[in-house]
Design a protein around this ligand. Structure first.
Ligand SMILES: [Zn+2]
Length: 129
């Protein structure tokens, strides 16, 4: 076998909530509300521009181009940090529309696998190609 890092090395022990959060933000960002979507965009921009002397200018331009409204809820959503933001979005989606989540589960161990198209389980190594 190859020496690919195991799932536990990459993600830590299996955590259902964590895998749902990962799936939402990587593959199902269409489930985010407009405010959440703008908050995510701004967070990414600020992260990339954090050491730039033009950070403020870039944000102004970004807001114009993306049509980000001057809505305090956007900054409020990020006030407690990126991790907390992601947790809250995940919590909301699970409470409001869990049926919209498209979770690809391993047929053997029922854990959520890495991608929506995966046919291999990184947790139990079952292969259903
Ligand atoms: Zn499995």
């Amino acid at each position: 076998m190859s020496d690919l890092p195991s799932a536990a090395e990459r993600f830590g022990p299996y955590d259902e909530r964590d895998m749902i959060r990962y799936t939402i933000f990587k593959y199902q960002s269409d489930l985010l509300t407009n405010i959440e979507s703008h908050a995510q965009g701004l967070y990414m921009l600020r992260f990339k521009a954090q050491n730039s002397p033009f950070a403020e200018l870039r944000e102004k331009r970004f807001r114009e181009v993306r049509g980000v409204p001057d809505d305090p809820r956007i900054d409020e959503a990020l006030a407690l940090g990126w991790e907390e933001f992601q947790k809250r979005v995940t919590h909301r989606i699970l409470a409001e529309c869990p049926e919209k989540l498209d979770l690809n589960r391993c047929p053997v161990c029922r854990k959520i696998v890495l991608t929506p198209q995966a046919r291999w389980c990184m947790w139990c190594h079952h292969d259903w190609h």
